[in-house]
Design a protein around this ligand. Structure first.
Ligand SMILES: [Zn+2]
Length: 318
């Protein structure tokens, strides 16, 4: 027998949704040069599965949340000239506590790039895979407009639930069948800081459109057609209907697909840049490595904590 679950229970959010983070890391592997592909394709299962570890860690470590977002509108108006793009300069101006309170996504991406570069330099199998999988997560989050906006779940404009609608419901309905993930090749990024800030500013500029289009769609749809019940793993779940999602997606003019494609390109290019900056080490000898039993147990522990836990710090659904 099916049970009825509320929309809220189902749509508890894992930034970009678990499915999309996995897809972004998965597709990024195919943009890499053969010298990297030998290791990354061999471990594509790990890179896909562990794309969501940073969100799971938010259930265990309170300080993790700040890595996933930036309420950039706290710092004035677009393009936020008062906010130093350099982390040290920003700390001097606002203090480290303030920066963390409003999110440090673009700086954390650069920290993770440094960690991945070191792992390549040391030819450390475990840390290459771990840091690559997690760097992919943070880059993808920075591409989501509502991750760069204080009205991150429509809580200030009576649009509660829009976060998961944009980043989970729309891609789950349309990505596999309708979207194109043929993207080309990873490129070397000479200035990773400038690159990720440019993506963050694109996200910030798009946030108004994300909110406005949902308001328009809401005004157009017949109320009884807005939601539908769908079965999910034995539960009957109240969810935004396909008709409403289609209407919203068309108003967005394929924005979600474009941001996802840009995410895939950025993830692959950051991975490639780390490898180049590490001196292009040969990865052939690592290709047949696997994780030790202890290392696998650490991941099982993370899963356990996540399943029983509650998000510490900000939850996208709040
Ligand atoms: Zn996240």
């Amino acid at each position: 027998m099916l049970l009825v679950a509320s929309l809220l229970i189902y749509s508890r959010v894992f930034c970009w949704g678990f499915y999309m983070h996995e897809q972004i890391n998965y597709h990024a592997v195919f943009l890499l040069p053969p010298e990297m592909m030998i290791l990354f394709k061999q471990n594509i299962g790990f890179l896909t599965e562990h794309a969501v570890d940073p969100d799971k860690r938010r259930y265990i470590v309170a300080s993790e949340g700040a890595h996933h977002f930036m309420d950039i509108d706290h710092y004035g108006a677009y393009p936020f000239p008062d906010l130093p793009r350099n982390y040290k300069a920003a700390i001097e101006k606002y203090s480290a506590d303030t920066l963390r309170a409003y999110g440090i996504a673009p700086w954390w991406v650069q920290t993770m790039l440094g960690r991945l570069t070191t792992a390549f330099r040391n030819k450390d199998f475990r840390l290459i895979l771990k840091n690559a999988a997690e760097l992919g997560h943070y880059i993808a989050d920075a591409h989501v407009p509502l991750h760069v906006c204080s009205n991150h779940n429509g809580q200030l404009s009576n649009q509660l639930g829009i976060h998961a609608f944009w980043e989970s419901r729309i891609p789950e309905l349309f990505a596999a069948e309708q979207w194109d993930f043929f993207i080309g090749k990873a490129v070397y990024i000479p200035d990773p800081g400038a690159f990720i800030w440019a993506r963050v500013l694109e996200s910030a500029a798009a946030a108004d459109t994300v909110l406005r289009c949902e308001r328009e769609a809401n005004a157009q749809i017949r109320p009884d057609l807005k939601y539908a019940f769908e079965e999910r793993k034995g539960l009957l779940v109240r969810q935004y209907s396909t008709a409403y999602a289609s209407l919203y997606n068309s108003k967005l003019n394929d924005m979600v697909e474009r941001r996802m494609r840009q995410s895939i390109f950025a993830v692959a290019s950051f991975w490639y840049t780390a490898w180049v900056n590490a001196g292009q080490p040969s990865l052939d000898s690592l290709a047949q490595d696997s994780l030790t039993t202890t290392e696998q147990q650490e991941y099982q522990q993370l899963n356990l904590e996540w399943k029983k836990g509650k998000v510490l710090g900000r939850d996208c659904e709040e």
